[in-house]
Design a protein around this ligand. Structure first.
Ligand SMILES: *[C@@H]1O[C@H](CO)[C@@H](O)[C@H](O)[C@H]1NC(C)=O
Ligand SMILES: *[C@@H]1O[C@H](CO)[C@@H](O)[C@H](O)[C@H]1NC(C)=O
Ligand SMILES: *[C@@H]1O[C@H](CO)[C@@H](O)[C@H](O)[C@H]1NC(C)=O
Ligand SMILES: *[C@@H]1O[C@H](CO)[C@@H](O)[C@H](O)[C@H]1NC(C)=O
Ligand SMILES: *[C@@H]1O[C@H](CO)[C@@H](O)[C@H](O)[C@H]1NC(C)=O
Ligand SMILES: *[C@@H]1O[C@H](CO)[C@@H](O)[C@H](O)[C@H]1NC(C)=O
Length: 175
């Protein structure tokens, strides 16, 4: 997740994964104070329990990872499980009329994305591993800048990114 000049605060988030009753897994955070999220970069918890991923320092990233592995495949028949997630967030750009890159919900094989760059790379990839199928990374980007190099549709969109920043599917943000 991340950006340039952006302050992001997630106040509540939840994840639910379901296929059959045995595989039902979910969690909800109503504030982050007593959670064990794995933070890196500029990410920190504020004194009132918000998760802030970046601050006013430019060209930096921050990540917050759920600390434990989460199973996304049925171990018996390898079917991918469905999941849903909800979170409340704010992206605060330096200039109200300009975006400041964005934030992404990410599923990664490791607790961290070493080498990931800020700005148009959204804290997910870099110029050498972008698009590489060995990344095994799936992300939903909330991107507030138009990056022609990744064929973005506009400067305010939601995109599904599989192993790279060129979204397989994207749609204009509803807000
Ligand atoms: C969360 O998982 C528990 C069992 O692990 C289940 O009892 C509960 O109904 C689940 N809640 C949701 C919202 O899926
Ligand atoms: C966080 O980690 C500590 C030490 O591993 C553990 O005692 C505590 O129960 C964990 N808290 C949560 C909410 O998982
Ligand atoms: C952002 O956070 C970093 C790391 O905590 C800190 O060094 C830096 O001074 C902060 N930047 C601003 C503008 O507060
Ligand atoms: C895999 O197993 C789950 C339940 O464990 C079942 O719901 C699903 O239909 C199965 N998928 C296939 C392709 O057999
Ligand atoms: C890009 O990220 C990969 C994977 O983390 C890392 O091995 C590589 O060194 C990074 N490349 C650059 C140019 O930072
Ligand atoms: C993708 O990454 C793997 C492992 O890091 C590397 O061996 C391979 O050369 C990369 N592929 C491309 C097309 O860069």
């Amino acid at each position: 997740m991340l950006f340039r000049i952006v302050l992001v605060v997630r106040v509540l988030s939840s994840l639910a994964i379901a296929a059959s009753q045995e595989l039902n897994f979910n969690f909800t955070y109503s504030g982050f104070r007593s959670t064990n999220l794995s933070l890196d970069g500029l990410a920190e918890l504020t004194s009132n329990g918000l998760l802030r991923l970046t601050n006013e320092t430019k060209q930096r990233t921050g990540h917050a990872f759920y600390p434990n592995p989460v199973t996304f495949k049925n171990s018996i028949n390898s079917t991918a499980l469905t999941f849903s997630t909800t979170f409340v967030f704010a992206i605060i750009p330096e200039y109200a009329t300009l975006g400041s890159h964005g934030i992404a919900f990410v599923i990664a094989p490791t607790r961290g994305l070493p080498g990931a760059l800020p700005s148009q790379y959204l804290g997910l990839f870099n110029e050498t591993n972008n698009g590489n199928q060995t990344n095994h990374v799936v992300a939903v980007e909330l991107d507030t800048i138009y990056s022609s190099e990744f064929n973005d549709i506009n400067d305010n969109h939601v995109g599904i990114d599989i192993n790279g920043l060129e979204s397989g599917r994207s749609a204009s943000a509803g807000y």
